[in-house]
Design a binder for this molecule. Structure first.
Ligand code: ATP
Ligand code: MG
Length: 325
C-alpha cells in the first residue's frame, strides 16, 4: 500500500494547468486499489497571497468541487482542508523550521520568483517549503504527484524530513516526487506558466460565454488570416494539443500550415474541445457549487479521518523531541 499525497492551493479558481498537471493524474493514481490517497486544499498556503477571508472560502470550495468533479473518491481516500488540521500542520512546521537552513529557503523557487520586490515577500512565503514538508510527512506519504514546477520544493521536503530523522530518530517516511514526464507545464493565456497567481489561467468551469472570452484573450502573433502559421510557436495550438486526439492535432496542424485559417478559428476549436472533454466535469462542478453543504459534509468526514493519522505522527514526533514521555 503506497500513500499518495497532493495539495492544491486556494489562491484562485482551479484551472486547466492544475487539472491536467495535478488533479487528473492524482485522481488516476487514487483509483489504484494498492494506493491510499491524501488530497488536501492548501488554504493555509494560500494566505501568503490571498488576504480576503470570503475569497479564500470561495476558492476553497471551488477547489474542492473541482476534485470531486474530476472523480476523486472521498470514501476510499482522504479529502481535507489544511486549515481544519492547522494545529498539526503548523506545530510540525515549527519543529521542521528549526532544522531548515536559511540558504535552502533563500534558494526556493517560491521565494526567488517573487524576491525581486522583497518588501512584498512575507515570512509565510519565505517558509512555504517548510509548511509543505510538514503537510507531506505528517501523513507519511510515499509519493507526491506534482507538476515539474514543484520538483525543487519536493527535494527540500525530503531533505528536511531526513534531517529530522537523523537528528531525533526515525519519525518520517521520506517522500518521493512523482512527476509525469508526459504532463508538461501548461502555458497560460500569455504563454507563461499557467498560474492562479499570474491571472493568466483558463478556468474550464466558467459558463460557456465567459470561457470563450478568456480563450479569445490567448496571446497570438499578428500573422494575417490568409497566411500560413507556425503551430509550434502558438499558445492556442499548445493548449489544444494537450487535450486533442492525434487526428485532431494533425488536422489543426494542417489548417495552420495551409493558410486561410485564423487564430479565431483555432480559439473556437479549443473552446469546443474543452466543452466536449470536460462536459461531465463541468456539470458535476456546478452541482457541487450549488450544493456546498454536500461538499462541506465530505470535507468534514475526510478531516476526521485524516486527523487520526496526523495525531499518530505527532505523538511519535513529540516523543522523539522529549515533549511527552
Ligand atoms: P499559484 O499561482 O498560487 O502558485 P498554481 O496555479 O501554480 O497557483 P498550485 O496550487 O501552486 O497552482 O499548484 C497545484 C498543483 O498544480 C501542483 O501540483 C502544480 O505542480 C500543478 N500546476 C500548477 N500550475 C501548473 C501548470 N501550469 N502546468 C502543470 N501543472 C501545474
Ligand atoms: Mg504554484
Amino acid at each position: 500500500m503506497a500513500r499518495i499525497l497532493t495539495g492544491i492551493q486556494a489562491s484562485g479558481k482551479p484551472h486547466l494547468g492544475n487539472i491536467l498537471g495535478a488533479i487528473l493524474p492524482a485522481v488516476q493514481l487514487s483509483q489504484d486499489p494498492k494506493n491510499e490517497s491524501f488530497l488536501f486544499i492548501a488554504d493555509l498556503h494560500s494566505m501568503t497571497t490571498v488576504k480576503d477571508a470570503d475569497a479564500l472560502k470561495e476558492n476553497t470550495l471551488a477547489v474542492a468541487a473541482a476534485w470531486l468533479a474530476c472523480g476523486f473518491d472521498t470514501e476510499k481516500n482522504y479529502f481535507y482542508r489544511q486549515s481544519r488540521l492547522a494545529g498539526y500542520h503548523t506545530e510540525l512546521m515549527w519543529y521542521l523550521n528549526c532544522l531548515t537552513p536559511f540558504p535552502m529557503l533563500a534558494n526556493a523557487h517560491s521565494f526567488k520568483d517573487k524576491s525581486d520586490k522583497l518588501s512584498d515577500v512575507n515570512a509565510g512565503l519565505f517558509t512555504y517549503p517548510v509548511l509543505q514538508a510538514a503537510d507531506i510527512v505528517l501523513y507519511q506519504a510515499n509519493f507526491v504527484p506534482v507538476g515539474k514546477d514543484q520538483k525543487q520544493h519536493l527535494e527540500m521536503s525530503k531533505d528536511i524530513a531526513a534531517a529530522f530523522n537523523r537528528t531525533y530518530g526515525e519519525a518520517f517516511v521520506l517522500p518521493e516526487p512523482k512527476i509525469d514526464e508526459n504532463v508538461m507545464t501548461i502555458p497560460g493565456i500569455d504563454g507563461q506558466k499557467m498560474s492562479k497567481s499570474y491571472g493568466n489561467y483558463i478556468d474550464i468551469f466558467l459558463p460557456e460565454k465567459q470561457l470563450y472570452k478568456v480563450i479569445k484573450k490567448i496571446v497570438t502573433d499578428t500573422t494575417p488570416l490568409e497566411e500560413p502559421k507556425d503551430p509550434d510557436t502558438c499558445n492556442v495550438f499548445a493548449l489544444y494539443k494537450l487535450m486533442a486526439s492525434e487526428a485532431q492535432v494533425a488536422e489543426m496542424r494542417q489548417n495552420y500550415e495551409g493558410g486561410n485559417y485564423g487564430y479565431g478559428h483555432a480559439k473556437k476549436a479549443l473552446l469546443d474541445l474543452i466543452l466536449e472533454k470536460f462536459a461531465k466535469e463541468r456539470e458535476l462542478y456546478n452541482y457541487y457549487m450549488e450544493n456546498t453543504q454536500e461538499l462541506e459534509a465530505k470535507l468534514k468526514a475526510g478531516e476526521a479521518k485524516a486527523e487520526l493519522i496526523a495525531k499518530a505522527t505527532m505523538q511519535k514526533v513529540r516523543e522523539l523531541l522529549g515533549f511527552i514521555d
